[in-house]
Design a protein around this ligand. Structure first.
Ligand SMILES: Cc1ncc(COP(=O)(O)O)c(C=O)c1O
Length: 403
């Protein structure tokens, strides 16, 4: 299937694009290239990250810079996301840290979502200021709040939609068009939605980032991350984050992620349909105080979810009348759900995200923010990552745990 062909649906492209029979062997399944080093012709010049205009086109020299298996994954991801270019990294966190450190310098200002993956929040608020970068955390679901914080030196706005763990949404299209006016870049962490559900670049974002560890690999057995965007932006990021941070994806990880992502579409369809019916069922359960799921009409941003999501995702967050008791039951009594962090596996996972714990470990709320978070999330939420088990088995287990 030709690299740039748009004749096929994304479902077909996910298994077929950039997977042609290999020269010589005619093998269909991609081979893994393990070599760290590649012979090169000195006539072509001595390479360094500084000297090469487009690192993705440079000959293979050293796997820390590029590797044929990693390249193949990057091309396939870019194709699925509708991006010109992609850089993969050792973890999702490396992708985001690499993006921030490539784009931001002393004196710059970064805006992040006030509810987002804890590692990103902590890195942005606790580490970046040491490098002279100022950071403001705002509720990015309210675009006027974001715009009111944009300053002359605001280089980047980084959002998560849906956000981890409260599943709030940000209107990518509206925010991107406003930010273009001030020349501020927008990056979107779309780990929860994947390209199956939302393609942020098509809505005007400059970057999309993923933790490939989650749904895209989808089997809970490999770490990875990706940054996607225009060729010129990605050249800058590749030269800095790709080479100097050293958080390169290994060939083995790239190969596993490629195999996982071939089933991304059917997996997402199955688990999103299961999540929607479980969220609907949970909403009527007497022990459940509130369900946060973008596919429910009760979600405060349901209209936006319908506009920018084709499915509503595999993550459900819900409040219960006694979070300590229900957490203990998940830990001690569940047979189908695993009580574990992370998301996006074939197996269903559950974890309690308690407001006080998040406050102490990550958010360090002001009084006002603490009150706002509590008003929305109470004592905290049980976060479910729905897997590929039968919906009825998951529901039966939830019935038992919520008895
Ligand atoms: C939304 C989101 N972004 C990024 C990350 C970081 O990804 P990784 O664990 O691959 O470093 C996570 C991890 O949970 C996440 O939930």
């Amino acid at each position: 299937m030709s690299a740039k062909s748009n004749r096929y649906t994304p479902e077909t492209a996910a298994v077929r694009a950039f997977v042609d029979p290999e020269m010589g062997t005619q093998a269909i399944s991609p081979s893994m290239v393990m070599s760290v080093n590649h012979c090169f012709d000195p006539q072509q010049g001595a390479f360094s990250a500084q000297g090469v205009e487009d690192l993705s086109e440079a000959p293979y020299l050293y796997a820390g810079w590029s590797n044929p298996t990693v390249d193949q994954l990057e091309q396939r991801l870019a194709h699925l996301e509708g991006a010109e270019a992609c850089l993969t990294t050792a973890t999702g966190m490396a992708a985001i840290a690499g993006l921030f450190l490539s784009l931001l310098k002393q004196g710059d200002h970064l805006i992040i979502s006030d509810v987002c993956y804890a590692g990103v929040y902590e890195f942005a608020t606790q580490v970046l200021p040491d490098y002279g970068i100022t950071v403001t955390a705002v509720d990015t679901s309210d675009i006027t709040q974001v715009l009111s914080e944009v300053r002359k030196n605001t280089k980047l706005v980084h959002i998560e939609t849906p956000s981890n763990p409260l599943l709030t949404l940000t209107d990518i299209k509206a925010l991107a068009s406003e930010l273009k006016k001030s020349g501020t870049l927008l990056s979107v962490d779309a780990t929860f939605s994947t390209p199956v559900i939302t393609k942020p670049l098509a809505f005007g974002a400059d970057f999309v980032v993923h933790s490939l560890t989650k749904f895209i690999n989808g089997h809970g057995d490999v770490l990875g991350g990706a940054i996607l965007g225009s060729k010129s932006h990605l050249n800058q990021v590749r030269a800095r984050a790709g080479v100097y941070l050293g958080a390169t994806l290994s060939a083995q990880s790239a190969w596993l992620i490629m195999r996982g992502m071939e089933t991304l579409y059917p997996r997402m369809k199955t688990l999103c349909s299961s999540a929607l019916s479980l969220a609907t069922w949970l909403e009527h359960h007497p022990r459940v105080k509130r369900v946060l799921y973008p596919g429910l009409a009760s979600h405060h941003q349901f209209a936006l979810a319908q506009q920018q999501m084709t499915l509503f995702g595999g993550i459900i967050a819900f409040q219960v009348d006694d979070i300590d008791l229900i957490q203990q039951r998940f830990v001690n009594e569940s047979h189908v759900f695993y009580y574990a962090f992370s998301i996006g596996h074939q197996r269903s996972l559950a974890v309690a995200m308690k407001t006080d714990e998040l406050d102490q470990s990550t958010y360090h709320f002001t009084e006002e923010k603490r009150a706002a978070f509590r008003a929305f999330a109470g004592d905290g939420v049980i976060r479910l990552s729905i897997g590929l088990e039968a919906t009825e088995d998951l529901q039966q287990e939830l019935e038992h745990l919520l008895r």
